[in-house]
Write a protein that binds this ligand. Structure first.
Ligand SMILES: *[C@@H]1O[C@H](CO)[C@@H](O)[C@H](O)[C@H]1NC(C)=O
Ligand SMILES: *[C@@H]1O[C@H](CO)[C@@H](O)[C@H](O)[C@H]1NC(C)=O
Ligand SMILES: *[C@@H]1O[C@H](CO)[C@@H](O)[C@H](O)[C@H]1NC(C)=O
Ligand SMILES: *[C@@H]1O[C@H](CO)[C@@H](O)[C@H](O)[C@H]1NC(C)=O
Ligand SMILES: *[C@@H]1O[C@H](CO)[C@@H](O)[C@H](O)[C@H]1NC(C)=O
Length: 573
């Protein structure tokens, strides 16, 4: 039944990782007005009703999200299960019963992350997941749908030969987890990568199989880094090299694609990616650059975004990326809120024309939630000006702005050597005067501006080029003190011929998800204002640079609430 064929894979199921959403299935969905006792609960980001969360696939017309879920508490713990929700549009979600729960020696302690793959031919979805066994060792298990005629794939059966992979030589028994979606190489055999650790060394191990049940490890790591510790949730996929925004099936290997290896380094709490060349007959991935542990490494998102997974949505010819977004308040706050963790907005991902970076953009379905719209065109933002974007619900909004820059020759000089952009963002904060910038948005701001989350740019001249700095400054996001208010930031190259920078931010009560430079740089923040909640939240556009910047166009929308809840209470398609 699981025999491989050389046919095209149709899709992957996705599913995510290690970090949970916590929820309690069975309570009704919230009403359309925001719950005043839950000012930080999001309205259009996926989160479980209660408790801790955290992956995706498209199968026969239905999107499936499997996620790490703790049914018992708003914190991580034992007996983690695979929560399961489905959607027809990736926006509105129906929570189903758990897909996989601890039950056997090979997963009795917990069912951790893994991934789904759709076997072509009979189009069978399969899941590989990490079980924490009765000895607390990490092993990989196979699960298959109980009833292939059920389009919702509600029930899953664990394979009798589980575990199908146990920790190999040179891998710690308690650091061997998170199988990726599988791909088929030219020899017809399946490959997966699995996250691992040995001492300080972090690595991803490559396995091969003809039938998905019997797996053979390659003794050489697929990718290893000396001093990172464990690699989690590895993801490996091809992207077109010609700038096409289309996605590519995971098994495609030909001269029109390059490959992306993503690794979540637990010690850094960030998702890093490596672009490179995959030579499948030598089981070799040659990255353009190796991990450095500096601000030069490429990340999907320079804020809070971890344990992401991607899948190929064959119905719409695109690759979609989702990340888990952690909280920035305390565990005690999570217990009081009754939930922790949410999913980012699903992002379409492709390789930029330059070939140097990925581009990420909120899926177009987000537009279904657009409600009242405000447009500003042709406005000059002088030194020190702050302009309110009024008339929309600023706590639940989508805003997109295109800034035209002044002559770049006036920009400040900066020697980039050894400069950490995140540190620079906290020094050159939003209220500091600069020349070109800081300019950008003040999201979730109180009327008196005592509270605001500033998402902004500054432009510099480096010896050989112009660079932009994109920052998300949480230092004034809340009057509350007991929060992680780290300022995030990164550099990106400015095209001197264009002299334009775009910024889009999705604001949803306690999350500000920002896409700079048309999605080449992304920063997600979690913030918990005490004044700027609900109708008391405001949105501004500002410029603190001595040079004026020009708003070519700004569009902002109030966002409708997505329908996310248990079956029976919402109707999807
Ligand atoms: C639907 O919501 C109502 C109240 O809003 C609740 O009583 C009922 O149990 C919910 N139904 C399901 C299937 O969750
Ligand atoms: C399998 O699913 C189909 C479609 O939901 C259903 O009609 C059928 O009764 C199910 N079979 C079993 C054995 O549950
Ligand atoms: C990019 O390459 C793919 C595969 O060769 C092709 O199908 C697609 O049309 C190309 N797209 C663009 C924008 O050139
Ligand atoms: C998530 O955030 C909490 C603080 O709320 C922190 O203690 C924990 O280390 C974070 N986990 C990850 C994986 O980022
Ligand atoms: C910009 O504003 C700041 C503060 O108001 C002021 O110190 C500075 O001189 C102004 N710069 C220019 C070029 O107007």
């Amino acid at each position: 039944m699981l025999a491989s064929t050389s046919m095209k894979i149709f899709a992957e199921l996705l599913l995510l990782m290690i970090f949970p959403l916590l929820l309690n299935i069975g309570t009704g969905i919230e009403t359309s007005t925001h719950n005043i006792n839950q000012p930080y609960r999001t309205s259009y980001h996926f989160q479980p009703q209660q408790n801790w969360m955290n992956g995706p696939m498209y199968y026969k017309g239905v999107y499936h999200l499997f996620y790490q879920y703790n049914p018992y508490a708003a914190t991580f713990g034992d007996r983690i299960v695979w929560g399961h929700s489905i959607s027809y549009d990736l926006i509105n979600w129906i929570h189903l019963n758990n897909a996989i729960e601890p039950s056997e020696d090979f997963d009795i302690n917990s069912c951790w992350s893994g991934s789904a793959t759709i076997i072509p031919g009979n189009e069978q979805p399969v899941i590989l997941y990490t079980g924490i066994d009765d000895k607390k060792h990490q092993v990989q298990n196979l699960a298959i749908p109980k009833n292939l005629s059920d389009p919702l794939l509600r029930e899953w059966t664990k394979h009798p030969q589980n575990p199908v992979m146990t920790p190999p030589n040179g891998v710690e028994v308690d650091n061997f987890r998170d199988p990726s979606s599988a791909w088929q190489a030219k020899d017809g055999k399946w490959r997966v990568v699995i996250g691992a650790q040995n001492g300080d060394e972090g690595k991803t191990m490559l396995y091969q199989s003809e039938d998905f049940v019997n797996w053979k490890v390659d003794p050489n790591p697929f990718y290893a880094s000396d001093d990172t510790g464990v690699c989690e949730c590895p993801d490996f996929f091809p992207v077109f090299i010609n700038g096409s925004t289309n996605g590519v099936d995971t098994s495609v290997q030909n001269p029109s694609v390059r490959h992306v290896l993503k690794i979540s380094y637990l010690s850094k709490h960030h998702d890093y990616y490596f672009l490179g060349k995959y030579v499948s007959d030598q089981e070799n991935f040659i990255p353009d650059f190796r991990f450095t542990g500096t601000g030069l490494d490429l990340r999907y998102d320079y804020g809070k975004f971890y344990a992401s997974k991607s899948f190929f949505d064959y119905a719409n010819n695109r690759r979609i990326l989702w990340g888990w977004v952690n909280e920035s308040d305390s565990t005690q706050d999570d217990i009081e809120k009754g939930w922790a963790g949410l999913q980012s907005i699903p992002r379409q991902v492709w390789l930029d024309k330059s070939g140097k970076r990925l581009v990420q953009w909120p899926i177009e379905e987000v537009g279904q939630l657009h409600d009242k719209q405000i447009t500003i065109t042709g406005e000059n933002l002088f030194n020190g000006s702050t302009l309110e974007v009024s008339g929309i619900s600023a706590s639940q909004a989508d805003v997109e702005v295109l800034f035209e820059l002044p002559e770049l020759e006036s920009a400040e000089f900066l020697d980039l050597n050894g400069v950490d952009p995140q540190v620079l963002c906290s020094q050159e904060h939003a209220s500091r005067n600069g020349i070109i910038g800081p300019f950008g948005l003040l999201a979730l701001a109180s009327k008196d501006l005592k509270e605001h989350t500033a998402v902004f740019f500054r432009i510099y001249q480096a010896p050989d080029r112009f660079v932009g700095l994109m920052c998300s400054d949480q230092s004034r996001s809340s009057l509350r003190q007991d929060l992680d208010k780290t300022t995030y930031g990164t550099f990106f190259d400015i095209d001197p011929n264009l002299k334009k920078i775009s910024l889009r931010s999705l604001i949803d009560h306690s999350i500000v998800e920002s896409f700079g430079d048309e999605g080449r740089v992304c920063i997600t923040s979690r913030v918990y204002p005490s004044l700027a909640t609900g109708i008391d939240a405001h949105l501004y556009v500002f410029n603190q640079g001595s040079q004026s910047v020009f708003i070519s166009k700004l569009n902002a929308w109030s966002m409708k609430r997505a329908e996310i809840g248990p079956q029976g209470n919402i109707s999807c398609a």
